[in-house]
Design a protein. Structure first.
Length: 171
């Protein structure tokens, strides 16, 4: 059909627009959080925004410095300020619809720290078991390096002492 864009370019354009709108929402909410006098928003960072293709829903991800005990307070502050953020977006975005906002704590850094701790524990356990294995190998190597001399016992045979091996496999 003439004059109609292909499906591929149309969906690519939609993805670009969705990304641009998401970034604009992130910028607007982040700057508003900085301006707010609410102490629950201190040290809060807006990390990302994910919007639906129709731009009617937006997930705003945030993180906070200063300890995990501040997370519930900041979450409560976001829930109370949702209307203020939506009014800001209505005024600044210029879209047909103002997205419904949902705020989520971004636990990416917590997850990274947990994974790093696990990897460090695994590495320490490997080193410890490697040290134990090295000690065991050293002991085996020391035993292997000792000269092999058979233990000699005296047996009385026909009035004289005849040397023989203590453990004779042919007996």
């Amino acid at each position: 059909m003439i004059g109609r864009p292909s499906l591929g370019s149309d969906s690519m354009a939609e993805r670009r627009r969705t990304f641009r709108v998401s970034e604009r929402i992130r910028e607007l909410i982040a700057s508003e959080v900085l301006r707010m006098a609410d102490p629950r928003f201190s040290l809060v960072t807006i990390t990302s925004v994910v919007t639906s293709a129709d731009l009617r829903h937006a997930k705003i991800y945030w993180m906070i410095s200063g300890g995990k005990e501040r997370i519930p307070q900041a979450k409560d502050a976001f829930e109370h300020a949702e209307g203020l953020f939506r009014r800001l977006l209505a005024r600044e975005l210029g879209t047909r619809f103002v997205p419904e906002l949902r705020f989520y704590y971004d636990d990416t850094i917590d997850t990274v720290q947990t994974v790093e701790e696990l990897l460090n524990r695994i590495s320490a356990a490997k080193e410890e078991s490697s040290d134990d294995a090295d000690t065991e190998l050293d002991a085996v190597a020391d035993r292997a390096a000792e000269p092999k001399t058979p233990e000699v016992a005296s047996e009385e045979n026909e009035g004289g002492a005849i040397p023989s091996l203590k453990s004779n496999p042919h007996k």
